[in-house]
Write a protein that binds this ligand. Structure first.
Ligand SMILES: Cc1cc2nc3c(=O)[nH]c(=O)nc-3n(C[C@H](O)[C@H](O)[C@H](O)COP(=O)(O)OP(=O)(O)OC[C@H]3O[C@@H](n4cnc5c(N)ncnc54)[C@H](O)[C@@H]3O)c2cc1C
Length: 416
């Protein structure tokens, strides 16, 4: 427990309690403390940790979001906030390496990734985001390590890059504490009970009272928000850092991330550039074999899984990479059926909001989403001043409502 406060606090001592301090919750705590709120953050582990959805070194971020226009204001604002966090903390978080997406031409947009390069290029054009579409030959001239067939197109966004995820969580928590936030770690919350005058947050060692609460428990969301449980499936993902012949071509100085969806959902490969202080080429595929629960999931990446990733996804496609795994990690996706996020008020109380199910693409938006959620919960609106300085677009949480995935609204209703 760090910076802990005794549990016998007076009623309504906190303006806001944030439950779960991963990507979303650490950001909520930071933004709440920056607003001058009396805020408590509670986590069942000691973040940043390796048990949820926010570890394994880096996350991709890009401004041209092929997943849908509702995300653009959030990722643009997140880029601004990361630069602010870097300035406030003196720590590097965001490497603007640029980023490549390789996708088959002409794939149906109803497929998981669809014609992702052309969809993204269109969104980039509509929003004045620099974006190039390259042939495989043009791409090979820039990144000779990749072997790409003629059926693909390659998109390149210079403003894209990677963010150090554990570092971002640590910085947000440190700055929140510096602004007066209290954090209780290694303290699981067992119940959140709203009533007419506020919220009681129960843990094994006592209870807290607060005017408001935010639940950002990631892959554990369903345990504390039963109404969300049936709309979210958790999937085990495996990440491997492979040995490389020469680290230089894969470093953040020389390399951009590559997202490579193929013809089917099984084909997806992503590789990340290696930030200073790390070694090896980080790679993952996406897997949706069996839903799991974070308390019981197998946390070991087997030799067979490593060999399969290398032989089926890396060998012959990315040159200069060896089959030897330097390290590996298991990390968790929380998926809704339409692959969009869930951010809403708790069905039982307008004093409680929750956010999760970031379906494998949530980190890049997380700090701006949480900033908007804190604003919405505390002042009833997301202030227009929070929109990016580069564009005056409003930040709206409405597209992420629980109601859209309810039985009355089949998948596809949300604007993609
Ligand atoms: C392998 C992988 C690769 C990804 N790649 C990308 C990418 O490149 N770009 C991108 O934008 N997104 C990516 N994502 C998605 C992104 O990482 C997630 O959307 C994001 O990190 C989710 O953060 P979260 O705060 O919702 O969950 P978490 O970070 O898991 O946080 C939940 C927190 O709640 C705590 N908690 C749970 N239950 C309780 C309880 N009862 N009491 C107290 N605390 C509790 C947990 O300990 C944890 O700290 C990826 C995800 C994975 C798994």
């Amino acid at each position: 427990m760090s910076n802990s406060r005794a549990n016998n606090s007076r009623a309504d001592e906190f303006d806001l309690v944030v439950v779960g301090l991963g990507a979303m919750g650490s950001a909520a705590l930071y933004h709440a403390a920056a607003r001058g709120l009396r805020v408590l953050g509670i986590d069942k582990f000691n973040p940043p940790h390796q048990m949820g959805s926010s570890h394994a070194e880096t996350r991709i971020t890009r401004l041209a979001i092929g997943e849908g226009p509702q995300y653009l204001p959030f990722v643009a604002r997140s880029h601004e906030i990361w630069r602010k966090l870097e300035a406030q903390s003196g720590r590097d978080l965001f490497y603007q390496t640029g980023g490549y997406t390789i996708a088959p031409q002409g794939a149906k947009t109803s497929e998981r990734w669809g014609d992702f390069v052309n969809v993204t290029a269109q969104i980039a054009a509509e929003n004045d985001i620099a974006y190039e579409v390259l042939t495989p030959t043009e791409f090979a001239q820039r990144q000779p390590s990749f072997v790409v067939g003629p059926e693909f197109r390659v998109g390149f966004e210079p403003s894209a890059g990677v963010v150090l995820i554990e570092q971002a969580i640590a910085v947000q928590l440190d700055l929140a504490r510096a602004n007066g936030a209290v954090t209780n770690t290694n303290q699981p919350v067992s119940a959140i009970e709203p009533d007419a005058s506020g919220v009681t947050i129960k843990t094994d060692s006592g209870s807290f009272r607060s005017a408001k609460a935010i639940i950002t428990t990631g892959p554990w969301l369903g345990d504390l928000v039963p109404a969300a449980k049936r709309h979210v499936e958790v999937y085990r993902q495996t990440v491997v850092w492979f040995d490389v012949d020469d680290p230089e071509p894969f470093s953040t100085d020389n390399f951009s991330y590559v997202m490579w969806p193929g013809h089917t959902i099984e084909d997806y490969l992503a590789v990340w550039p290696t930030p200073p202080g790390s070694v090896g080429l980080k790679a993952m595929r996406e897997r949706f074999d069996q839903p799991c629960h974070p308390d019981t999931v197998d946390r070991t990446v087997s030799d067979a899984e490593i060999a399969q990733l290398y032989e089926n996804y890396i060998e012959g496609r990315v040159l200069g990479v060896n089959p030897k795994a330097l390290r590996s990690a298991v990390c968790l996706y929380s998926e809704t059926k339409d692959e969009h996020f869930l951010i809403d008020y708790h069905p039982d109380s307008s004093n409680v909001m929750f956010a999760s199910a970031c379906s494998g693409h949530g980190f890049k938006h997380s700090t701006a989403l949480s900033e908007a959620m804190v604003a919405q919960l505390m002042s009833g609106q997301v202030e227009p001043s929070l929109a990016t300085s580069s564009g005056a677009t409003a930040l709206s949480l409405e597209p992420f409502s629980l109601q859209r995935v309810s039985e009355d609204n089949p998948p596809g209703d949300v604007q993609k």
